[in-house]
Design a protein around this ligand. Structure first.
Ligand code: SAH
Length: 522
């Protein structure tokens, strides 16, 4: 990713590339349009602003040039002229360009100016509207910008201009008289003057107002007050940009319609340490509950491409993880065999997640224990009976002894086949620091705990002032204890559902640490 837009020499092509002025929405990645995602994934060059969703460019081509033309951390914005010149140069060189902006490109986004410049240069362009912050921010605060009973219209206004200055292009008395909701973008610092001018123009001092900071993202903050008080309220709450201000009776509906902040894990940062390949379901569900999710995998699994023994002699097949189930099927097919070779074999799965994966591959588990441990699985399989029977364990290398020992004690002959191994996924310093600042760190297996400890991330995360450690069940809790750490949360049922339920219960009793950011750093 280039740091600054360096003017590389670009030769002109016979036909200019198309420029797409793309709105990326207000911050929640789910509010990006299908068209925006499609274009970002196909263009040669992306020129992007600061206020775009943290993951907006994840789908860009690996060889695409990504240029940051937004404000640098507290520094100067790349001048508009430079941005437009870049757009023109890339397009004239025959490249396709996505100019990605926060919200909608034509709502206070200077998209109009950029389109005019492109038209003047004969460069083809397309506009991709986006969900604008002035509608989405209020919506996520529980404020409908229009309402049959309260507001027949809405005006979007820049709060950038100083109402006290004669050069202000806004007709303040005219605006005050507008019969409907006023939504101000930018200029939270100008709130005192804005409120004064509106009251002077005839708007009631008692009119409801809401200020929505970082709308639609996990760090969303909203303050409510009257036109007369709002500047003071916002100042006292430390409200900062980016924020929109909603003036009108509809702002009062928040008290009845708020929803975003009421989701059970809102404001909580939750670190997910399980392997990236398996993390997406858990991460998606946590996000749906309002959490900000840190995907910080400490492990990954690697297939060992192991050979399965002849299966006609196997009486019981025990599978101890969803990944084990996946690897088992792969090993079966790799050796030219299929499900028919398991005819008559008892299938035992350690838990419902493993059973579900087997089912997806056409195998119904005969046995799933009540608790999801090796001991319980051995007990659920039961005694071998009079003649020695054979059990095949399809699982990870260096897995625990409880299951094979339990089965041997029950009279089984055990073949323990290591189908995959769990290896460390390196964690950099930033990831370790982010874990230490999280509200929760989730552990979905003993190995996630061991490898976090190995990476030096458990010591910083465990402590009274640190994140609360959440364990999926007794085996993982024992592994944490062995490493000297104490989970604050343990799932009652050792499943992902159980872990999520335990997090929700815990969050109801423990306030957020308040480290959830307004926009996740890219
Ligand atoms: N084109 C953008 C607006 C760009 S101007 C759009 O359509 O949304 C930048 C201003 O937008 C910020 O100063 C702030 O007022 C507003 N803004 C952008 N993202 C926001 C968000 N997530 N929450 C609240 N306000 C936001």
């Amino acid at each position: 990713m280039s740091e600054t837009p360096t003017p590389t020499p670009i030769a002109e092509a016979a036909t200019p590339g198309t420029v797409y002025l793309v709105g990326a929405g207000p911050g929640d990645p789910g509010l990006m349009t299908a068209r925006a995602l499609e274009l970002i994934a196909t263009v040669d060059v992306v020129l992007y602003d600061k206020l775009i969703p943290a993951t907006a460019l994840d789908g860009a081509r690996a060889d695409a040039e990504l240029v940051d033309v937004g404000k640098r951390g507290g520094g100067e914005q790349v001048p508009q002229e430079t941005t437009e010149a870049l757009l023109v140069r890339h397009a004239l060189a025959g490249r396709t360009v996505a100019r990605v902006k926060g919200g909608d490109p034509f709502v206070f986004g200077r998209g109009g100016e950029e389109a005019q410049r492109l038209r003047a240069q004969g460069i083809p362009f397309e506009i991709v509207p986006g969900v604008t912050a002035g509608i989405a921010g209020p919506a996520y605060a529980g404020i409908p910008v229009t309402h049959r009973d309260h507001a027949p219209g809405v005006a979007f206004v820049t709060g950038h201009e100083d109402p006290a200055k004669p050069e202000s292009t806004i007709d303040w008395p005219g605006l005050a008289a507008f019969p409907g909701t006023l939504v101000f973008y930018m200029g939270v610092r100008r709130l005192p003057e804005i409120a004064r001018s509106l009251i002077a123009g005839g708007r009631p001092a008692s009119e409801p107002v809401a200020v929505v900071q970082s709308g639609t993202v996990p760090g969303q903050r909203v303050v409510r007050g009257t036109l007369e008080q709002i500047a003071e309220v916002a100042e006292a709450a430390g409200i900062k940009a980016p924020a929109v201000t909603v003036v009108g009776a509809v702002a009062g509906l928040r008290d009845e319609l708020r929803w975003f902040e009421d989701r059970p894990l809102f404001g909580r940062t939750v670190a997910v340490t399980r392997a990236r390949a398996q993390a997406s379901g858990l991460a998606r569900r946590l996000r749906g509950l309002g959490a900000e999710v840190l995907e910080t995998p400490t492990i990954r699994t690697r297939s060992l491409e192991a050979e399965l023994p002849p299966l006609d002699a196997v009486d019981v097949l025990a599978v101890t993880s969803p990944n084990g189930a996946r690897e088992l099927i792969a090993a079966l097919l790799r050796s030219g065999r299929d499900l028919r070779d398991l005819y008559g074999t008892m299938i035992a799965a350690v838990g419902p997640g493993t059973a579900r994966l087997l089912r997806e591959h056409g195998l119904l588990a005969d046995v799933v224990p009540e608790t999801f441990t090796g001991e319980a699985l051995a007990a659920a399989i039961g005694p071998a009976g009079d003649r020695p029977r054979r059990a095949l364990l399809a699982r990870a290398a260096a897995a625990g002894d409880a299951l094979p020992d339990g089965l041997r004690a029950a009279g089984f002959e055990v073949a323990d086949v290591a189908l995959y191994e769990t290896v460390a996924e390196p964690l950099d310093e930033d990831a370790i620091a982010a874990i230490a600042a999280a509200d929760y760190v989730t552990f979905t297996s003993a190995s996630t705990a061991r490898f976090l400890a190995e990476a030096g991330g458990l010591a910083t995360a465990d402590g009274a002032a640190g994140p609360r450690l959440a364990s999926i069940g007794p085996v993982t809790t024992a592994a944490l204890a062995e490493l000297g750490a104490t989970p604050a949360v343990e799932a009652t049922e050792a499943t992902i559902d159980g872990l999520i339920a335990a997090l929700i219960d815990d969050a109801a009793e423990h306030p957020a640490r308040g480290t959830s950011g307004p926009f996740v750093a890219r």
